[in-house]
Design a protein around this ligand. Structure first.
Ligand code: PEP
Length: 251
């Protein structure tokens, strides 16, 4: 049985004050979330503040990105060991905003995935197709290519120690959610692809859905057989909404 994971990607949002209110608000309602693991991924600069606030709570800490090098002359970048040092469990790699706005390739994403694992982090590997790719009917090809680049570098067993997030790019921050059937189809495709290489890994790995998940659609999405949680953008900035999504995963 896979434990659901509901992870909030705060993106480039927040201030010292608003983050305090957000974390306190989620902590105050956490008892109502009985099944899912909850995680928060603030911007790098707020990681120490959030780490301190989460001490003693069951909420996990994650970062939104990481560099693939251990240290050195990489101005402005953050090394994987710095994230473990500050108390991160998770790190998002290959988010579509990194891929599309900053031109990060499948290969660079795979390299980040490898570096994160080496430092003891659990990568949340984002995959997903653009609207154009969906309309061309190549969603499977795109997602397979994104996964294969990581598997070629790290091997299939590495996927078993990670989390996958299927995020159709056309559904991120747009208010357009994939229907539960659309999402389940791709999640089942991903699990089937992994099962062809290693059935234990496929059975174990959590595959999250991401793309405008909110309290109104979470229960239906999370009820699908291969959807094991959510990667939540906008709705993770509102304590009540984030908690409601967490509760939608209650057994
Ligand atoms: C995301 O950024 O990973 C995401 C899913 O965003 P939103 O929930 O706002 O669509």
């Amino acid at each position: 049985m896979r434990q659901p994971l509901v992870a909030g990607n705060w993106k480039m949002n927040g201030s010292l004050d608003s983050i305090k209110a957000l974390v306190e608000g989620v902590k105050a309602g956490l008892d109502s979330v009985t099944t899912a693991e909850m995680a928060m991924c603030p911007s790098f600069v707020y990681l120490p503040q959030v780490a301190a606030m989460l001490e003693g709570s069951s909420i996990s800490l994650g970062a939104q990105d990481v560099n693939d090098q251990e240290s050195g002359a990489h101005t402005g970048e953050v090394a994987p060991g710095m994230l473990t040092d500050i108390g991160c469990k998770y790190v998002i790699v290959g988010h579509s905003e990194r891929r599309s706005i900053y031109g990060e390739s499948d290969e660079f994403t795979a390299s980040k995935f490898a570096a994160a694992r080496k430092a003891g982090l659990v990568p949340i590997l984002c995959v997903g197709e653009t609207l154009e790719e969906r309309e061309q009917d190549i969603t499977g090809q795109v997602v397979a290519r994104q996964l294969d680049t990581v598997i070629a570098l790290e091997g299939i067993s590495a996927i078993g120690d990670a989390v996958i997030a299927y995020e159709p790019v056309w559904a991120i921050g747009t208010g357009k959610t994939a229907t539960p059937d659309q999402a389940q189809e791709v999640h089942a495709f991903i699990r089937g692809k992994l099962a062809a290489l290693d059935s234990n890994v496929a059975e174990r790995v959590q595959i999250l859905y991401g793309g405008s998940m909110n309290p109104g659609n979470a229960a239906e999405l999370l009820a699908m057989a291969d959807i094991d949680g959510g990667l939540i953008g906008g709705a993770s900035l509102k304590p009540d909404d984030f908690l409601a999504i967490g509760r939608a995963a209650n057994a």
